[in-house]
Design a protein around this ligand. Sequence first.
Ligand code: C2O
Length: 561
Amino acid sequence: VLEHTFSVATLSLPRICEPGNTSVTAVNGRVPGPKVEAREGDTVVIHVINDSPYNVTVHWHGVFQRGTPWADGPAMVTQCPIRPGRRYTYRFTVAGQEGTLWWHAHSSYMRATVYGALVIRPRRGAVDYPFRKPDGEKTVLLGEWWNGDTVALESRSFSTGVPMPNADAYTINGMPGDLYHCPERTNRIAKFKVRRDKTYLLRIINAALNTAFFFKVAGHTFTVVAADASYMDPYETDVIVIAPGQTIDALMTTDASPGRYHMAISSYQSAIPFPPMPAGFNGNASTAVVEYVDAAATANAASPVLPVMPVPNDTDTAHGFYTSLKALDRPGRRTVPLTVDTRMLVTVGLGFSSCQPIQTQCNRSAPVVLANMNNVSFALPATVSMLEAHYRNTPDGVYTRDFPDQPPLVFDYTSRGLLGNTPLASTGSPSTKVKTLRYNATVEMVLQNTALVGLESHPMHLHGFNFFVVAQGFGNYDGVEDGAGKLNLVNPQERNKGAEVAVPTGGWAVIRFVANNPGMWAMHCHLDSHFGIGLAMVFEVESGPTAETAVPPPPPDLPQC
Ligand code: C2O
């Protein structure tokens, strides 16, 4: 049993490129928060004590939570938030998955500063990593930073209808790096000390709220060995593409000439630079330093070498990276279900509505942007969690079971247009609809990106299950079926539960999963700017025939609303 106490409290940290401090919410006084290091098979017990002035929950992003649905963490889906002054203990087992995952607050924009790594190493005495044992490892958390209290910024955005401002900086392990051309150029930069001719396992986590990144280290290449705590066929690359919520494990060999090298992240898609960047960075970027300790004395004088980053709209590089990952063939690996019980075609995208996000009020004079899946914009319930309503069999007034399997209209999803030019440009009031699945049903879901408002990728994240990405492409989904040779049913990547697929810009992805985990499981876009305005839905998975396949009673300390 691995036990930790997380105390959530307000912290004062220096702003980036602006004088003074800002108050943020943090766990155990640090951003990023503590690293949880487990071995496969361990039981993890985390006591969360909320000493902050805000409601909070913690989600163990990617953990199976088989049989422990009350520990998953999304506010109002599986639990009421932990109120100020209260506590809740999360208890779960990490089994059947190895690699890097992470944890984050799952209430409002708080995860901007409430997040940390969750490492699952192979079980003691078991076969070790299915790749050459690294000489060392480094945890690399990518984040976004606001010069303000994100919870306060978000509630202001909801009450005014004005979207959240963009982040003020990107960070690597909480620090902005040395590229920001502020009056007092920042020197808060993460340093990774390495020795020459060694192999390091980089555990890379994109904890940013709204930004997908390109990741490079000047003068070095990577071998990707896992994604979302699922082993991959080794894939060699000099650039890693990582969407919000995703994790990548990559080996890096320090075979360059001794010196200092910049590790850099730059935005994929967002090209609005906050503070001006040096030439070569066409968007926003952040840096860290990889420093060869053997050579530190001589190399310290020179400034680190910068990598050349892809341009922000380099969709070819992003798509090439995502589609190159294939599951590693190893004994005992899970395989994709070959038959399908439930088929769904679900559009994901943005639209307009006269309703206010989250609250079901439809009386605003100007339309606001709302996100939707199959034209349903999702609202969280207010008084009881969905899992509690499911467990007590009292869904009335909390959720309805009519989430549609198909979009209300079939049309050219790539015909980009604003306000009324396309059939689905307007969503109705936000509502709480679920798709009910039989225990063990096999589900195939086509996620079709719409481009009604703008071209954006949607990194879709599913709680409670693994899914397999069996196909992805651009344009309109063209109805590829089994046997058409287009679905990869042999070695598709399993983006391990808490699985994630970045639905390509103006494109689609086909995923499959087995509904073998009873409970209420959110599926949503991992861009908080989209989740907050309704790009979500929930699967209600019925219990199986035995006690072990039923939702257990809630723990006695489960928070009440
Ligand atoms: Cu990492 Cu529902 O989120």
